[in-house]
Design a protein around this ligand. Structure first.
Ligand code: PLP
Length: 388
C-alpha cells in the first residue's frame, strides 16, 4: 500500500521506519546466508557467526559482555522473560514473593506482574508517581522488604515521555540486594544506556523503536542473574530464549542500536529544538491545553498534551484527515473512551485524561512538520469542543 504524499509521521514512539543502512545490513540474511545458527554445516556456521557478531555489536554499544545479551521475539517477550524468569527462579530457590513496580508501566510489565500476582501469588506494590509521572526513589526504598525479589521501573514512559531516575532507583536496589529490571524500550537512542554506569540487572529493548525491524527484542541479563525462562524448548540463546533465532532480526537490531547510539547526541539536540517549538506553539495557541509528563526530564522527541473536554482519539482521527499521524493515550472501551491509566496515576481528572495527544518526532521530521501541526491542531480542537 502506498500512502498519499505529504503525510507527516509523528508517531515514532509507536514505531519507526527501518533505517536504510539497517535494511542493507539485514539483506544477506534472508535468502543468501539463510542457515539455522544451530546447524553444524557451513550454512549454519555462517549464520551463527553473524549472530555472534550482532551480539558483540550490541554488547559494545551497551557496555556489557556478549554473554549477557539475549535476543528475543519482541520487546514484550524480553520483558516477559525478565519478569517470569526472575519470578520462577525465586520460586525455585524459595526466595521471596514480592515485586515492586509503578502504575505508569507499559502493559508488557503491568499485565505481567498482575499475572504473577494472580497465577503465582506474588505480592505486588505499585509505588505512586508524581504529577509528571515520576517515581521517587525513596518510595522504592520504602517499598522494598526482605521478601522483595524484583523492582521493575521503566527508563522512559511511552505515553508522556517522562524519564525516570533509573540511576538512583538502581542504586537503591543494589544496596538492598534486590534485582532491578528496566523497560528501556522508549529510551534507546534517546538517553544514554551505559550499563557499566547503572545498577541494572535486566534491561529490555525493542528494535522497531530505534529504526530497526519489528519482531525482535533484546534482554540484557547481568552475569550471575538467575532466570527460569518461561519458554521451554531448545538450547538457543543459552536456553534462555529457545526457538530458532531470527538472524536477520538480530543483525538488524544490532546495526540499528549502533547507528542510534552514534547519532544520539546530535539527533536528540535537533529533535529537542523541534519538540520545544511544538510544545510552545500548542500551549500558546490552544486554550485549556496542558503538557503531560515532565517539562525537562522527558524524551527529546516526545511532546504530549491533554486538552480539557476533548477526546484524544477524535483529535487523532481529524489530524489523520489532514495528513498527520499522531496517537492518543486513552483506550477505547464499550461506551466511550476510558481515561488513560497513565494520566489517572499522575492525578489528572478524567475530563483531561480522555483528551491526551502524543506527537513523537523522528529522523524525517523538520520545522515544516511542526508548522503543519500548529496550523491544523488549534482548529481541530476548537471544532471538537464546539461540537461536543
Ligand atoms: N514497553 C514500552 C515502554 C513500549 O513503548 C512498548 C511498545 O510500544 C513495549 C514495551 C512493547 O514492545 P514491543 O512492541 O516490541 O513488544
Amino acid at each position: 500500500m502506498t500512502l498519499p504524499e505529504r503525510r507527516v509521521y509523528l508517531d515514532h514512539s509507536a514505531t519507526t521506519p527501518v533505517h536504510p543502512r539497517v535494511v542493507e545490513a539485514m539483506a544477506p540474511y534472508w535468502s543468501e546466508c539463510f542457515g539455522n545458527s544451530a546447524s553444524s554445516h557451513t550454512f549454519g556456521q555462517a549464520a551463527a557467526s553473524a549472530l555472534e557478531q550482532a551480539r558483540q555489536t550490541a554488547a559494545d554499544v551497551l557496555g556489557c559482555h556478549p554473554s549477557e545479551i539475549v535476543f528475543t521475539g519482541s520487546g514484550t517477550e524480553a520483558i516477559n522473560l525478565a519478569l517470569w524468569g526472575v519470578a520462577w527462579a525465586a520460586r525455585q530457590g524459595g526466595r521471596g514473593n514480592h515485586i515492586v513496580t509503578a502504575p505508569v508501566e507499559h502493559h508488557a510489565v503491568g499485565r505481567t506482574v498482575d499475572q504473577l500476582r494472580e497465577l503465582l501469588g506474588f505480592e505486588v506494590t505499585r509505588v505512586p508517581v508524581d504529577g509528571y509521572g515520576r517515581v521517587d526513589p525513596h518510595d522504592v526504598a520504602a517499598a522494598v522488604h526482605p521478601g522483595t525479589v524484583l523492582v521493575s521501573v521503566m527508563a522512559a514512559n511511552n505515553e508522556v515521555g517522562t524519564v525516570q531516575r533509573i540511576f538512583r532507583i538502581g542504586r537503591v536496589c543494589r544496596e538492598r540486594g534486590v534485582l532491578f529490571h528496566t523497560d528501556a524500550i522508549q529510551a534507546a537512542g534517546r538517553i544514554p544506556l551505559e550499563l557499566g554506569e547503572v545498577d541494572v540487572d535486566l534491561l529490555a529493548l525493542s528494535a522497531h523503536k530505534f529504526y530497526g525491524p519489528k519482531g525482535v527484542g533484546l534482554l540484557y541479563v547481568r552475569r550471575g542473574t538467575s532466570l527460569v525462562p518461561p519458554i521451554t524448548g531448545g538450547a538457543q540463546e543459552r536456553g534462555r530464549r529457545p526457538g530458532t533465532v531470527n538472524i536477520a532480526g538480530a543483525v538488524g537490531l544490532a546495526t540499528a542500536l549502533r547507528l542510534a547510539e552514534e547519532e544520539r547526541v546530535a539527533e536528540c539536540a535537533r529533535l529537542r529544538r523541534l519538540r520545544d517549538g511544538l510544545i510552545e506553539g500548542v500551549l500558546e495557541s490552544i486554550p485549556d491545553s496542558h503538557l503531560t509528563g515532565h517539562p525537562v526530564h522527558r524524551l527529546a522527541n516526545h511532546a504530549s498534551f491533554a486538552f480539557r473536554g476533548v477526546e484524544g482519539e477524535s483529535i487523532v482521527l481529524n489530524l489523520d484527515l489532514e495528513g498527520i499521524a499522531a496517537s492518543s493515550g486513552a483506550a477505547c472501551a464499550d461506551g466511550g473512551p476510558d481515561p488513560s491509566f497513565v494520566l489517572t496515576a499522575m492525578g489528572l481528572s478524567p475530563d483531561w485524561g480522555i483528551g491526551s495527544l502524543r506527537l513523537t518526532l523522528g529522523h524525517d521530521n523538520d520545522e515544516d512538520d511542526v508548522a503543519r501541526v500548529l496550523e491544523a491542531l488549534p482548529g481541530i480542537v476548537e471544532r471538537l469542543r464546539a461540537s461536543g
